[in-house]
Design a protein around this ligand. Structure first.
Ligand code: NAP
Length: 451
């Protein structure tokens, strides 16, 4: 069924995309099975060469991809450029993975024992709308390097850059049908990835609710899953931190990508002795945060992704909520919402639920134990920051916070060469980092009897 893709900054239609049916998805899976059998016959060195060519092709098209992402997703142009750059970096990084799938020779009695890493066959990658290009390539690059075929179901709202990546892959020499992007509904195309017997591994990035549904269906097919799900990460500022640095970094830790970031530090915990000074500095930084046309080179924040999502975010900020301060946002067309900071209590819905918008909830804490207790009092565990100049405290707190990715005196979450993933309801398994290619294989053990 055809559907129209909308520019969230202007509400104008950009393109009509054809969503696939269940039968068409099955045909694509059959094509992928055949393409993978051929890919496996290509030597590891030649597979690496094709992946490098794919990386170079993306590099040549950084600006085009970035511009397309601005139009489709409303990301500020500087952020969209960084995302396009990350796509080629990830492809380069995993291209050499084809030749690093090392097995083991294990000493045993009566013969020789060797392990091999065999690809799953066909991998299904289901992506969300917030970071379309990067969440696709985190699965696609290591899956291809490991010898799999890969199918991507992009979010209905943001399929354009992922479709472009598949074109670039084909032009760069990937065999036909090895990497296919299949737009359509999650309940049709995504569901078929999960239930079709030939798709042996699923990488799902999206909400915890749908992730649970995907995992339970995959279980009945005994299928491998990696889940990258929701978050409600804490930004903990201790009194011994540099208050200025922490306050200046806080707006981008929550408002980047309009707060539509699974790693957004949407809960701010400030030690009470520095609370007033911190909030004064934060207010200045929030009021300076530039929310405008994402094509503007100085834009730091664009619109929300859709009218529906804008309504959801607004519902978290009713008239009687205690707003500490707000930034500004454009009026008129587009799905705009201003950066908003809320005086909160730990039991408030704004402090407990993933809003996925530019809304920051702030509480005070007395001491380290209380900060850790509040940080961990959530079903999520994806990311977070700890601001302190006490090394022992940094080590203690980073070991105690239940989260897959933490940064000390920084709000960065993702580096493609380090593992990424969540604790608790934020996910299962890890993407990126040096081990990702192995996660797209099954270990096979072969014993050779020696007479
Ligand atoms: P979503 O509603 O869960 O959708 C994610 C993807 O799943 C979309 O492609 C969607 O298709 C598809 N889908 C829907 N129903 C499905 C089904 N029954 N079977 C298989 N696939 C199905 O999430 P979203 O709203 O796009 O993204 C926001 C969420 O993603 C937030 O919770 C955020 O925290 C999380 N996220 C996590 C990470 C991470 O790395 N941990 C990264 C980014 C985002 P449709 O487009 O048709 O709905």
């Amino acid at each position: 069924m055809d559907y129209t893709v909308i520019n969230p900054s202007t509400e104008e239609p950009i393109e009509i995309v054809r969503g696939l049916s269940r039968d068409e998805t099955d045909q694509a899976i059959d094509h992928a099975v055949r393409a993978q059998a051929k890919w496996l016959k290509v030597s590891p060195g030649d597979r690496a060469k094709v992946l490098r060519r794919f990386a170079n092709a993306v590099e040549d098209q950084h600006e085009e991809l970035a511009l397309l992402e601005v139009v489709n997703s409303g990301h500020p142009i500087s952020n969209a450029r960084a995302e396009a750059e990350q796509v080629s970096q990830v492809l380069h990084y995993y291209s050499s993975g084809t030749e690093r799938l090392l097995g083991k020779q294990i000493p045993v009695a009566g013969g020789m024992n060797v392990t091999f890493h065999e690809p799953f066959g066909v991998v299904g990658v289901i992506t969300p709308w917030n970071f379309p290009m990067t969440s696709a390539i985190w699965g696609v690059a290591p899956a291809l390097a490991a010898g799999n075929a890969v199918l991507v179901k992009p979010a209905e709202l943001t399929p354009l850059t992922t479709l472009k990546l598949a074109e670039l892959g084909l032009e760069a020499g990937l065999p036909e049908y090895l990497f296919q992007v299949l737009p359509g509904k999650g309940s049709i195309v995504g569901d078929r990835f999960v239930t079709h017997p030939s798709v042996r591994k699923i990488v799902f990035t999206g909400s915890t609710e749908i992730g649970i549904n995907v995992m339970s269906k995959a279980a009945s097919h005994v299928k491998d899953v990696t889940l990258e799900l929701g978050g409600k990460s804490a930004n903990i500022v201790f009194s011994d931190a540099s208050v200025r640095e922490a306050a200046e970094a806080t707006p981008s830790s929550i408002f980047d990508n309009s707060g539509q970031d699974c790693c957004a530090r949407s809960r701010l915990l400030v030690q009470e002795s520095i609370y007033e000074e911190f909030m004064e500095r934060l207010e200045v930084a929030v009021r300076e945060y530039k929310v405008c046309d994402p094509m503007d080179e100085t834009s730091q924040m664009g619109p929300l992704i859709s009218k529906h999502h804008l309504k959801t975010v607004k519902s978290f900020v009713p008239d009687d909520v205690s707003i500490a301060f707000q930034g500004t946002s454009p009026q008129g067309r587009g799905f705009w919402f201003p950066p908003t900071v809320i005086n909160s209590d730990v039991s408030d819905v704004q402090f407990t639920d993933e809003i996925f918008g530019p809304v920051l909830s702030v509480v005070r804490f007395k001491n380290e134990d209380e900060a850790i207790r509040i940080a961990n009092d959530t079903p999520y565990g994806l990311s977070g920051s700890i601001w302190t100049n006490d090394l022992s405290r940094a080590v203690r707190v980073s070991r105690a916070v239940e989260s897959g990715n933490l940064s000390v005196n920084s709000h960065s979450s993702v580096r493609y060469s380090t593992p990424f993933g969540g604790f608790k309801h934020s996910g299962l398994g890890r993407e990126l980092g040096p081990d990702a290619v192995h996660k797209f294989t099954e270990e096979k053990n072969v014993f050779f009897a020696i007479g």
